[in-house]
Design a protein around this ligand. Structure first.
Ligand SMILES: [Fe+2]
Length: 377
């Protein structure tokens, strides 16, 4: 019998000053720590002196964080880190940074240095060989966006741009040990990232609400997250430097993350993966693009969708809210990303991620996914 905890993550909300003190003291003597934080992010957050202090200790700093980490990125960092033997990873960044930390945690002590190759990294991830007994590296996740939820989940998305596949590393051992939530760290997010990460959180929450694996707890967490996003995302876009508003969006993202840590995501995320893979659509926009269409289809089998709609007033108001919040920054239509009708087939064909699409309460055929895409063209 395998017992899977709801959440073993120590969740800490912190001010910037306390977070810096905590991070400064988190590396003990006689241990090697890995720091994942991009150079640009460090400058934006004004963390240069913290990084200088950490560098005086036994800390190896990876400063280039790829967007949507790929198998070859994971290989590259495992190669760079050969002989380092870290026992802790501090990941300061968005979902890509935290997911990369999880991949390193799962694979570092699994793959013997002398055997390391891109092919073996692909095989270990694809065939879930990382689940065999071996040490994982503890992760302290410090999200600098409000939306990923990766700081409280046990999975990481790793892409394979060569074979056009998307993999999920999944293990209770990659739950971060600590999620250090510092709303001030999200204040420097540009408008577009604030919107796309907020819409990612909205997608996590709505999908956790209707997922086949939904529970009364996941639904309550999801509804609270949706209510927060509805109230605070428009405000934070108006006043991006308001830390109180940023705190509310960090909380919304956390609630949504906890909700889908119970359920996993569903059809919207499953359809989003080829949109990102083939067309480069930002993850949050790709996930939110089909929310309305999937919600309407799910109404066929669910009798409580009104609990989501009533937060906005009605289903029509939800649709209007999504349109109004997005349009000035990024219209949520495929054509707005340069995608045309001839590309819908390949997107529909690749929209069936196991564990996500089959977690949707209404099963979709490829033709139905095509029709959903046509509606958002
Ligand atoms: Fe997501």
């Amino acid at each position: 019998m395998q017992y899977i905890p709801f959440s073993p993550v120590e969740i800490v909300f912190s001010s910037r000053i306390d977070a810096i003190k905590y991070l400064d003291g988190v590396v003990s003597a006689n241990e090697t720590c890995l720091l994942l934080a991009s150079e640009g992010r460090i400058l934006e957050l004004g963390l240069e002196s913290l990084i200088d202090n950490l560098r005086e200790k036994d800390v190896v700093h990876l400063r280039q964080i790829p967007r949507n980490p790929d198998i070859t990125d994971v290989y590259h960092y495992l190669k760079v880190l050969q002989g380092v033997n870290p026992c802790k990873i501090i990941a300061i960044g968005g979902g890509s940074c935290i997911d990369l930390a999880k991949a390193i945690s799962a694979l570092y002590y699994q793959i013997p240095s002398e055997q390391l190759s891109v092919e073996l990294v692909r095989k270990v991830i694809k065939e879930k060989k990382y689940l065999s007994q071996h040490p994982f590296i503890d992760i302290i996740a410090v999200p600098t966006t409000a939306g990923t939820g990766s700081e409280v989940t046990k999975w990481a998305t790793i892409w394979d741009m060569t074979s056009k596949e998307k993999f999920s590393i999944e293990s209770v051992d990659i739950f971060p040990k600590v999620a250090l939530i510092v709303p001030e760290f999200t204040s420097s997010m540009p408008e577009r990232l604030t919107l796309s990460s907020g819409l990612d959180a909205l997608s996590h929450a709505m999908e956790a609400f209707w997922a086949n694996r939904r529970t009364p707890l996941s639904q309550l967490l999801a509804l609270k997250a949706i209510e927060h996003i509805k109230n605070y995302l428009p405000q934070v876009l108006q006043k991006p430097s308001d830390v109180c508003l940023r705190r509310e969006m960090s909380l919304a993202s956390l609630l949504a993350g906890l909700a889908f840590s119970i359920t996993r995501t569903t059809a919207c995320h499953s359809i989003s993966y080829p949109l990102t893979m083939y067309c480069g659509v930002d993850h949050g926009f790709a996930a939110a693009m089909t929310l309305i269409q999937v919600a309407e289809l799910n109404e066929m089998v669910l009798d409580d969708m009104h609990r989501i709609y009533s937060i906005f007033g009605s289903k029509a108001s939800l649709k209007q809210w999504l349109g109004e919040i997005s349009l000035p920054i990024q219209e949520l239509r495929l054509s707005a990303f340069g995608i045309n009708k001839s590309e819908l087939d390949i997107i529909a064909r690749n929209a069936f991620t196991q564990g996500r699409m089959d977690n949707n309460p209404v099963p979709f055929s490829q033709k139905e996914v095509y029709d959903i895409l046509l509606q958002v063209l």
